[in-house]
Design a protein around this ligand. Structure first.
Ligand code: NAD
Length: 337
């Protein structure tokens, strides 16, 4: 079955790492049809807006987007495009795998876990922020709903089930934030009872941070609310060597958008120094999502093999002597071998 995909090349290093990623997807013969859509600085120049309506329509039509990093201009009143996309498509699940790769600077080996972060409520409300008392008191509302908790926890369990994972850990602060975090934990317990084959664990967020840095191998899928998920997923990226290898997916009912976690890296743009791994791993997540997990695994295995055996082909940020194009070339050769 062929799939059509909206592709946003992105700003800065975006076009370089996207070209590398599409070369690898083509070598895998995924049968994708691409529609290239405009967003970011080029869209601002051409259409006067960072994310034109035509681009939103294209993402809606295809239901799947592969997205390069976008630059949000500073100090001109622009709100983040990523936040706009999340709100427009109600992308409620932010899914961030953290996988160890050889030859990268990290404290642990053999980490293979996924953080599932609720992406639409919690402490990240546009209308829940208030300054009172002549600007001397700040108030931020935390809102957690049964519906929002149900769909994120169910997403985590379904992900565990479909990817052969064994355990889901719900991270919370229900002992102190009894209303919102308490509701999330109650709902997590209820949903967990529907999945008797998957081990369920609950953990208070402060303990979860300590456990993650002392014994990360005990974790498989972690599901949590927005703010805790934001922090924990970066902590997990740090455990496996930083943002250069961190992919992420934003999943909703109407659309799913796959991207690298890092930004547009203007300092190295155009120099072919950008590591394409994070976007490649996002493409692997996209393949998993589209029912092509074998091809997704080929990308992950290929990256592992190239990092182990072709240091001359990988990018300098992870100690190689190659560039963006040679990295992609090495993966294409691995696929064709
Ligand atoms: P950044 O992630 O772009 O760069 C931080 C550092 O990491 C830089 O030194 C950069 O060279 C390096 N780096 C990042 N990706 C790399 C890669 N693939 N290979 C090698 N080195 C890499 O973060 P920043 O400098 O804070 O942000 C730059 C721009 O990106 C900003 O406009 C920001 O708004 C945007 N941004 C976009 C996204 C997104 O679209 N998802 C995410 C974060 C930041």
């Amino acid at each position: 079955m062929s799939h059509s995909i909206a592709v946003i090349k992105g700003d800065g290093i975006g076009p370089e790492i996207m070209d590398a990623t599409l070369r690898v997807l083509d070598a895998l013969e995924c049968g994708f049809e691409y529609e290239f859509v405009d967003a970011g600085l080029s869209a601002l120049e051409n259409h006067g807006t960072l994310i034109p309506q035509a681009s939103l329509d294209a993402i809606e039509k295809h239901g799947i987007a592969l997205k390069g990093p976008l630059t949000t201009p500073i100090g001109k009143g622009f709100s983040s495009i990523n936040v706009q996309l999340r709100r427009h498509f109600d992308l409620y699940a932010n899914v961030r795998p953290a996988i160890s790769f050889p030859g990268t600077r990290s404290r642990f080996e053999d980490i293979d876990m996924i953080t599932v972060r609720e992406n639409t409520e919690g402490a990240y409300l546009s209308d829940g922020q208030e300054m009172i008392d002549d600007g001397n008191t700040g108030i931020s509302v935390i809102k957690v709903t049964r519906k929002g908790s149900e769909r994120i926890v169910r997403y985590a369990f379904e992900l565990a089930k479909s990817s052969g994972r064994k355990k889901v850990t719900a991270v919370h602060k229900a002992n102190i934030i009894k209303t919102s975090s308490g509701l999330f934990l109650d709902v997590a317990r209820e949903i967990a009872s529907e999945y008797p084959d998957i081990e369920f664990q609950e953990m208070i967020v402060d303990n979860a941070c300590m456990q993650l840095v002392m014994n990360p191998h005990q974790f498989d899928v972690v599901v949590t609310t927005n703010l805790f998920g934001d922090i924990l997923s970066d902590l997990c990226a740090g455990l496996v060597g930083g943002l250069g290898l961190a992919p992420g997916a934003n999943i909703g009912e109407r659309a799913a958008i796959f991207e690298a976690v890092h930004g547009s890296a203007p300092d190295i743009a155009g120099k072919k120094l950008a590591n394409p791994c994070a976007l490649l791993l996002a493409a692997a997540q996209m393949l998993d999502h589209l029912g092509m997990a074998d091809k997704g695994e080929t990308i992950r295995h290929g990256i592992r093999t190239v990092l182990e055996t072709r240091r001359d082909m990988v990018t300098p940020d992870i100690g190689g002597t190659g560039n963006t194009d040679t990295f992609a070339q090495a993966l294409v050769e691995y696929i064709h071998a």
